[in-house]
Write a protein that binds this ligand. Structure first.
Ligand code: HEM
Length: 475
């Protein structure tokens, strides 16, 4: 009876969607288990428009109005759902996993300044990124004289790992581009295969606690002992550089109710948030730039970078318009977190994009759809074309629909760090090399495979060839 009432009388019946979504969430769950949620929901948006009912009590939106309401109203938007419990670390909640506004604001007040752009593009912080980009280029050089290709999927994750731990822990950051031991930690986090197990844990905790051991025989639990140990040990340091996140957490210390295990949890969370995201975003982007169809963009990028007297020194990258366009278009087409960011509609219900939605309904937007559903703003939306970002006309509309870092008070705190890492690496690579895909790569290997919230290349490898360019200034 309750089900029938919910299906037929709920105000949600006004929202378009497939007939079965009124009665069951099974189709949605099946797509999640098979790592296909993002594309499934995108297909529904294409068919039914920017507001879709995807399950009896769940809606997906893909418009600027919905982004503003769900993620920005009242500063940080609606509260997060228990989906985020899946990300708790050492049994603690962090800035990312706090569900309500108050707890979140307390943590954010402590941390925000270390991620401000002014802290990122300052010398001691930036020098670390420059050095790590040079370490990546050394790997590219080796591939030229060695096997002929480089697996950038692996080494971009190394780069992101080294950069984020530099920002968290300098001088105790990881050096996985040069040390095999540190590379093992990165591999453990990057090649994690716990999707199905963690979804069962979320949807059916009882089943999971009864059959957890059995389940792990075919669907692995998430286990990252090397990363856990690295962070537990390193976050106990009290002498990290002034620009680091750990320095700020130590300053905040007990008065902010942060015990050592909370500090470790916060650090582990930022480390995890900074590896796959930046690594995969760069990987998808460099793969695309290497395709014959995109070589003209690669050439234009190189020309701009080589105009700088010193492409990899200081914060010069911050002023390059074409580099910015390339990165924005990369994050638009291949957002590292393309998936729904679920929130609860607050007490009393809300109007979202023209629909009244009762309290307690789960609502979300996914970057993949927000950034391509409106063809008036993004014509030919499935085509990678950095030039679209250079047209002053439509700039405000494009930015309103840019959702790769989410939006509002709970948007990505590491955004400026991620952008600096991406831009520095692209300057370092494309001032020296032309890149091409390795012939052994099949295009399917670079298809998007959804994980819990982020998405990675299906084949978990990306081989590129690096061809040195002759006229490198400053050499
Ligand atoms: C291209 C790279 C990156 C992308 C696309 C990205 C994207 C995002 C998105 C979409 C969110 C919102 C998630 C949600 O609401 O569920 C988020 C949150 C967050 N990101 Fe990133 N991120 C990137 C890099 C980084 C880096 C390098 C860090 C480094 C510390 C970081 C740390 C965080 C943290 C701590 C949060 C939680 C913020 C909060 O709840 O207040 N991210 N990121």
């Amino acid at each position: 009876d309750r089900l029938l009432r919910q299906s037929l009388l709920s105000p949600l019946t006004k929202v378009p969607g497939p007939w079965y979504a009124r009665f069951t969430s099974l189709v949605l769950k099946w797509n999640e288990l098979t790592a296909n949620r993002t594309r499934y929901i995108h297909g529904l948006h294409r068919r039914y428009g920017p507001a879709v009912r995807i399950a009896p009590t769940e809606l997906a939106f893909a418009s600027a109005a919905a982004v503003k309401e769900v993620y920005c109203s009242g500063g940080s938007g609606y509260d997060k759902t228990e989906f985020y419990d899946l990300f708790t670390v050492y049994g603690r909640r962090t800035m990312f996993t706090t569900l309500n506004k108050g707890d979140h604001a307390k943590r954010k007040r402590i941390l925000a300044d270390r991620y401000a752009n002014s802290n990122i593009v300052r010398q001691p912080s930036l020098d670390g990124i420059t050095e790590r980009a040079a370490n990546f280029v050394a790997r590219c050089d080796e591939s030229v004289t060695g096997s002929g290709s480089l697996d950038i999927f692996v080494y971009l994750h190394s780069y992101a790992f080294d950069c984020v731990t530099h920002h968290l822990f300098h001088p105790y950051g990881a050096n996985s581009l040069q040390s095999k031991q540190d590379e093992e930690i990165m591999r453990e986090v990057t090649f994690d295969d716990s999707l199905q197990n963690r979804l069962v844990q979320y949807y059916s905790p009882t089943l999971h606690s009864l059959f957890g051991t059995l389940l792990s025989a075919f669907a692995k639990p998430r286990e990252t002992p090397l990363a856990d140990e690295f962070v537990l040990e390193t976050s106990a340091r009290t002498d990290t550089a002034a620009f680091t996140v750990l320095n700020r957490l130590n300053e905040a210390g007990p008065p902010a109710d942060m015990e050592p295990i909370d500090i470790a949890a916060e650090c582990l969370d930022h480390m995890a948030a900074g590896i796959d995201t930046t690594g995969d975003a760069l990987c998808f982007l460099m793969w695309e730039l290497s395709q014959p169809r995109s070589l003209r963009y690669q050439t234009r990028l190189r020309e701009e970078v080589l105009m700088m007297a010193n492409p990899t020194g200081g914060a010069g990258f911050d002023k390059l318009a074409y580099l910015d366009a390339v990165v924005m278009e990369g994050l638009r087409c291949f957002p590292a977190i393309p998936m729904s960011l679920p929130r609860y509609v607050p007490r009393g219900g809300r109007d979202i994009d023209g629909y009244f939605v009762p309290e307690g309904t789960v609502v979300s937007c996914q970057a993949y759809s927000v950034q391509r559903i409106d063809e008036g703003v993004f014509p030919d939306p499935d085509t990678f074309n950095p030039d679209r970002w250079l047209d002053p006309k439509g700039d405000a509309e494009r930015k309103r629909l840019f959702f790769a870092f989410a939006n509002g008070g709970r948007g990505c705190v590491g955004k400026h760090l991620a952008l600096a890492e991406m831009k520095m690496l692209l300057c370092a690579v494309y001032s020296r090399f032309e890149t091409r895909p390795d012939e052994s790569m099949a295009p399917e290997e670079m298809e998007m495979s959804d994980q819990l919230i982020s998405s990675r290349p299906l084949g978990q490898r990306c081989l590129l060839r690096f061809l040195p360019v002759g006229c490198h200034r400053g050499e």
